[in-house]
Design a protein around this ligand. Structure first.
Ligand code: SF4
Length: 83
């Protein structure tokens, strides 16, 4: 049996560790907030650099320094589409 890799699972402990890791990866979407919570790329990007997100917000799910987000806000400002 294998979970998430080509390496076979050899012990019950390893099986549980891999399952917990897979559950944590799947649950990450629930942690996305702020600009990342509403971002269409959140599933793939996962709030970018975890260190930057943590140092800026104290969470791992919101990255206020995302260049994509900042560029989008700038474009919306330029065309006058923000309230
Ligand atoms: S870091 Fe940027 S691209 Fe990634 S989820 Fe957040 S807003 Fe989206």
């Amino acid at each position: 049996m294998s979970i998430g890799t080509d390496k076979p699972v050899r012990t019950a402990e390893e099986l549980m560790r891999r399952r917990k890791f897979a559950e944590a990866v799947r649950a990450f979407e629930d942690l996305l907030t702020g600009v990342c919570g509403s971002c269409s790329k959140g599933r793939e990007c996962r709030a970018g650099c975890t260190s930057i997100a943590w140092s800026a917000t104290g969470t791992v799910g919101c990255n206020p320094y995302c260049i994509r987000s900042l560029e989008t806000e700038s474009i919306l400002d330029q065309v006058g589409c923000r309230g």
